[in-house]
Each structure stands twice: as C-alpha cells, then as structure tokens.
Design a protein around this ligand. Sequence first.
Ligand SMILES: Cc1ncc(COP(=O)(O)O)c(C=O)c1O
Length: 412
Amino acid sequence: MPDFWDLHYAQRVQLMKSSAIRDLLKLTEQPEVISFAGGLPAAEIFPVEKVASATQKVLQERGVQALQYGPSEGYRPLLELIAQTSSRDGLTITPENIFIVSGSQQGLDFVGRLLVNPGDLVLVESPTYMGALQAMAPYGADYITVPSDENGLRTDALEEMLALKPKLMYVLPNFQNPSGVTLSLERRKRLVELANRYGVPVVEDDPYSQLRFEGEPLPSLLTLDSQLRKSEGEPYRGNIIQLNTFSKVLTPGLRVAWIVASPELVRKLVQTKQGADLHTASLNQLIVHELLREGFIEQHIPLIRRTYGERRNIMLQAMEEHFPAGIRWTRPQGGMFLWVVLPEGLNSTELLREAVKENVAFVPGTPFHAQGGGENTLRLSFSNATPEQIREGIARLGRVFHKALAETAVKA
Ligand SMILES: Cc1ncc(COP(=O)(O)O)c(C=O)c1O
C-alpha cells in the first residue's frame, strides 16, 4: 500500500533509483569486513593538525569573514588563486571562469539542473561514475553509452553517438572511476575535435589527475580545447565544463570543489547555487584558501601519491598471487580504483554475498553501466585499506573466486 509520502512525491522522484547493491554494501560497513568497496581516501594521512592550525589562523585573522555569508560564486581570493594556477599551456582562466561548489557532486547536480530536460540524451562512458548517473537521472536524462578499453573511451565509436545529438557528454579522462583507465592523448584530441564539430557540451570530471603515481601527465580536455580554439589571452569560452575538487588532494569532509567553465555558464551556475545552498561554507573555503596559499596542498600531494602507488602495487601483486586464471584487471597509473573482469557467466553481485561471508567487500560493476550489462565486472578501491588488509582481503577474495569457478565447472 502506498504510504502518505508516496502520494505526494514529485514525478522526478520516480527517476531516483535506490540501488539494491547499496543495501548489500551496508553489510560491508561492519568493522570486521575488509572493504575495497567505498571510494574513501586514506584517512591516516589526512593532515588533521595542519587543518586545525589553518582553521585557527583563519578564525584569528579573518574570523568575521569566515563566519559570515559569502558570495555565491565563492570566496574571491580562492577564485583568484585557482585562476592563477590554472592559466597555463595556452589556457587562460580568470576568476570569472571559476565557481566554487560544495563538492563536485554538487557540480554534477547543477549541470543536470542547467542543461538536462526530460528525455534528453546524455552520453557517458561504459562503465562510468554512478554518482553522475544518479545526479542527472532526476532531471530526466536518458543515458546512452560509448564503450571503453584500456585507453579510455573509444573515440572510434564516438562519432555515431554524437550524431544522435546528445545534450551533453560526461567523461572522466584520468584514472577513471570505476575502471582506473586513462584516456590517451590521441583520443583526447579526437574527443575535443568531435565535440566541437557536433557542438556538444562536455563535462570533464577530474578529481584524480593530481594523484598520478606513474607515467607522464596528459593535457586536460579543457587545455586541448583552448589550444584548438587558439584562445590564449582571452578567458576560456568553450564547450568544456571541468569539475575539480579538493576532496582527494586534501580532505572530502570540507566539501570544497570548483568548476571551470565559460563566464556565461558560471553566471547561470551562480543563480542555481542561490536556489540550492546560497554558497559553499565560508569557513571551509577560507581554510582551503589558507592551505593552498601557503603551498601546503602542493607539499601534501606527493605523500598521497606515494601511499596510493604502494597500495596499488601491493594489490596488483596479491591479485597475481591469489586470483585464478581467466580473471583480468586494469593497472591504473594513478587514482584510487582498479577494475576486475571475471570470466563470462560469473555474477559479481552474487559473489559479493559470498565475499561478505568471508568478511571482504567490493562494488559489483552493474550500477556503473548506464545501459545495463557488466554483471561479471567489479571495482576494487586500493586507497583506503592498509597494506596488511589489502594482502589479507585479496587472499580472501581469491578463495571466493576459486570456489565460484570450481562450482561453475562442476555445473558445466
Ligand atoms: C568521478 C567522481 N566525481 C565526483 C566525485 C564527488 O567528489 P566530491 O567529494 O568533490 O563531491 C567523486 C567522488 O568519489 C568521483 O569519483
């Protein structure tokens, strides 16, 4: 029987999906479970004392400002500092190009609010970040997908999808969540060129590029687009909307992130923000500004890179040792995740139930697939578990996979 609220929800609430997997993942929150499921940064390297001293300094020196309402676009000195460090390689970013949001997740919601009408096609990679799918679904986004491989989304399959005239395209070029793969330079150039030709806005979600522990950095889509437009010296005015965040390079608890986009779009975002939460917490923006200004974030990033690089190595080595033949996985050069492909016929959601009995957890791959599929895939996060937990957790997972394969062999 429908309850009181079922009779009162707006139509869009039907478009909000609560995933069955989320309920299953609740089981993984028990302390005895070694979880590779959540996308959590390593908590033991959070710079707690540094944040405490910056907070104290901010309150002493700019206390009233830190505790007062602030402008919707963000704290001006923070906008200026970000603009200054973003302007390079043919890209000119002014404070008018920048907009502070309460986490890049809010940026995804705002993009949906500003650009998506019910029934609009939104082009995403397969697999893609499920939080983006959740953010834009209530606005009526109809997702279409482009496949990806070890070099990121397949630009050879892109043109026919762009010909369907999607309203926007959502991409993660660096150490993609969930797959960990990085879009190659050649494909980046092709993507930017095609998006320009078809006049499609591109949301470049980039929380992980600074967490590269191997290989050379690649130019962002924003930079390549600016080079293509030869717009150096002019504030960026192209079709790329870039989402960035302090969540992975400092701490997610502060909820400070920023969008780089054309000043025209930023002005619309300001109106959206006024209706949502007025502005991102002033105190948090001032803390981030202080830590950025004094160079702390820059100094802290190498520790995060080192920690995640080590953990990825340990995870890869343990997988080599414990996983049965026939299972494939990615080898990310940065970020927090890797992606596992089980032999056809194995179902990772069913295997999660078995894994939880062994006190180990991962995220099954299906919710990352906007158009279904991926039953035999799963995501492992290597950022949050300690090296000992990684070794032990992968050994347990190896046992679960061996058992499942032995059972399917018996059935066959
Ligand atoms: C691809 C991607 N986009 C956005 C977010 C949200 O980040 P934030 O903490 O900035 O809201 C995440 C968080 O895991 C993510 O992986």
